[in-house]
Design a protein around this ligand. Structure first.
Ligand code: ATP
Ligand code: MG
Length: 374
C-alpha cells in the first residue's frame, strides 16, 4: 500500500521531517539555558518567503516546553496604516493569553487591562502592566514568547520599539523572565532598524533561516519517503536539489507533486516535467507572479535573457547581445545598467563578484521561461 502524500507544501505546515537547522537549534538551546539562569537575550529569526521561519519557531516552542518552560506561539497578522500600535500590542497580548494554556480561565480577565484609549504611552504602560500580571499567573522560571511574522507590524512599526522599551524597563527586568523570539523577513527587519535604531541594538542576536544544504535536503526527502512505499529515482532526487537549491518550501512542493506521480511506487525522470510545471504554476500563484510584477517591461526583457542563459551576464555582454546576434533588438542600451541595478534592489537578481548579474532562484528562472512566457 502506498501511504498518503507525506510532504507538507503549505506555508506554516510543519514538515514531517524537520531537516537541517542544527546550528540554529543549538544556539536556541544555549540561549534558553542562559535565559533561565542569567538573563534573556531576545532573538530574531530572519528568512525570506517560505524559508522555514514558522517551522523553526514551532520547533523552538517544542524545545522550550520540553525543558519545562511554557511557550506561546503568536502569529502576527497584517496591520494597515489605519491601525495604531495599541492595536498591535493588544493583538500580541491576546495571542499570549491564548498561547499559554497555563494561564487559567479566571486570569484571562488580564486583557481587561487594555482600556481602548489609543495613545502611544498607553500601549507601553498597558503592555508593561499586562506582562507583570501575566507573569504572576504563569508561575514559572521562564516563559517563551514566539512572535511569527513581525514584518506585518510594518505599518505600525513603533510596535517593535514599544516592545523593546517594555522589555528593557526596570520592572520587567526585575519582576519577570520572558524570552521573546521574533521572526521577520530581512527587508521588514531592516525597515524597523532604519526607523527605530535602538531596536537593532536590543534584538542583537540574529539567526537566519537559509536554504537547506544538499545533504540536509536529500536526507529530508529520503526520511520523509521512508515507509511510504514510494521511492524517488536518484536522478530525481538530484534534480530536486539542483532546481530548488534547498529552498524548504520549494522542496516540499516539488517533492509533493513528484510523489503524486508515482507509478507502482516509483518516481522516475519521466514524471519530472509535469511535476515541475505544476510546481511552477503554484509557485506563480503563491509568489513568483507578484515578484515578476515588480519588474517593468524592459526589465522583464533582461530577466528573460538571464533566465534562458542560466549564468551570470555582465552589463557589457548585455549591451553586445542587444546589438548583434539572435537577441539583437531595439533596446535603450544606455539604460541597461539602470535596469539591472533596479532589478537588484527589487530582489529579482543578484550580482556576482565579477559583476555579472544572475537570477538566484533557479525555480524563478524556470518560471520565467516555462510559465510567464507562455
Ligand atoms: N527545516 C525544514 N525541513 C524540511 N522542511 C521544512 C523545514 N522548514 C520548513 N519546511 C517546509 O517548508 C515550507 C515553508 O515553511 P514555513 O512555513 O515554516 O516557512 P516560512 O518562512 O514561515 O514561510 P512564510 O514566508 O510563508 O511565512 C513548509 O512546507 C514546511 O513544511
Ligand atoms: Mg511563516
Amino acid at each position: 500500500m502506498i501511504s498518503p502524500n507525506p510532504f507538507t507544501p503549505q506555508s506554516g505546515w510543519e514538515p514531517k521531517i524537520f531537516g537541517g537547522r542544527n546550528p540554529e537549534l543549538e544556539i536556541f538551546k544555549s540561549n534558553l539555558d542562559d535565559a533561565a539562569s542569567v538573563r534573556p537575550s531576545h532573538l530574531v529569526v530572519l528568512g525570506e518567503w517560505g524559508a522555514g521561519k514558522t517551522s523553526l519557531l514551532k520547533q523552538f516552542k517544542r524545545i522550550s516546553q520540553e525543558n519545562g518552560f511554557p511557550a506561546a506561539f503568536c502569529g502576527i497578522s497584517r496591520f494597515t496604516e489605519k491601525n495604531k500600535a495599541l492595536d498591535a500590542i493588544h493583538l500580541i497580548a491576546e495571542e499570549m493569553v491564548l498561547g499559554f494554556p497555563e494561564v487559567d480561565a479566571a486570569r484571562k480577565g488580564l486583557l481587561d487591562l487594555f482600556a481602548k484609549r489609543k495613545s502611544l504611552s498607553n500601549a507601553q504602560v498597558q503592555f508593561t502592566k499586562f506582562l507583570l500580571e501575566l507573569w504572576k499567573a504563569l508561575d514559572t522560571k521562564l516563559a517563551v514568547v514566539l512572535l511569527d511574522d513581525a514584518q506585518n507590524f510594518m505599518e505600525v512599526s513603533n510596535t517593535v520599539d514599544i516592545l523593546r522599551a517594555v522589555l528593557s524597563s526596570d520592572d520587567i527586568i526585575k519582576e519577570t523572565r520572558f524570552l521573546f523570539i521574533l521572526s521577520s523577513t530581512p527587508a521588514g527587519w531592516a525597515s524597523f532598524i532604519d526607523k527605530h535604531d535602538p531596536v537593532g541594538r536590543f534584538f542583537r542576536k540574529r539567526l537566519s533561516a537559509e536554504n537547506l544544504k544538499e545533504t540536509e535536503a536529500m536526507a529530508t526527502i529520503d526520511m520523509t519517503l521512508k515507509g511510504t512505499g514510494v521511492v524517488f529515482e536518484d536522478s530525481v532526487r538530484k534534480n530536486i536539489f539542483e532546481y530548488t537549491g534547498g529552498h524548504p518550501y520549494e522542496v516540499q512542493l516539488l517533492a509533493s507533486h513528484l510523489y503524486d506521480s508515482q507509478i507502482e511506487g516509483e518516481v522516475s525522470l519521466r514524471a519530472w516535467d509535469s511535476a515541475l510545471n505544476k510546481t511552477l504554476k503554484e509557485l506563480g500563484r503563491d509568489y513568483f507572479e507578484y515578484l515578476l510584477s515588480k519588474a517593468s517591461d524592459r526589465e522583464k526583457d533582461l530577466l528573460r535573457i538571464l533566465a534562458e542563459e542560466k549564468k551570470p551576464i555582465t552589463i557589457r555582454d548585455f549591451t553586445t547581445m542587444m546589438i548583434v546576434g539572435k537577441r539583437a533588438k531595439k533596446f535603450p542600451i544606455a539604460n541597461i545598467k539602470n535596469f539591472l541595478y533596479r532589478l537588484e534592489v527589487k530582489g529579482l537578481v543578484k550580482r556576482s563578484e565579477a559583476n555579472g548579474f544572475y537570477i538566484p532562484d533557479q525555480m524563478f528562472s524556470e518560471f520565467i521561461t516555462r510559465i510567464a512566457s507562455e
